[in-house]
Ligand binder design. Sequence first.
Ligand SMILES: [Fe+2]
Length: 146
Amino acid sequence: MDTFVCGKCGYIAFGQAPDACPVCGALKQAFKLDPNAIKKPTDPANLNDLEKKHIPVIEIKRQCGLVGPGCVDANIKIGQILHVMEAKHYIMYIDLYHDYNFIGRYHLSPEKLNPVLGIHLKVTSGRLTVLENCNLHGRWVAEAVI
Ligand SMILES: [Fe+2]
């Protein structure tokens, strides 16, 4: 699927560029098609340590103790080897998509936050895409079927 990058905030649109960026409001002209916007593992079946530290891990839970029936939880961790959160090297944000439509962006500050996130979805089917952006190593993605 084509990936378009917002030149202002780095948001990635899947499929086509939106009329306006849902994160920063930049107009369509600010988006550029970039097939290399997201890093890919060399061998998905045999990840190296850098890839293990950056590719999100998603755990879907169908029973939510906070909201109740109809709420699907997703626990997200960057990555299977937890990524460092230091001033010079950290996960800047995690972007979430449902069926490739943007849901929201979670900004992380390196001082107080671990690179993990729990979300509560009002959907019970479809595909959750999680994209993280490391300030040194770029964007990485993982997906889960809900
Ligand atoms: Fe990194």
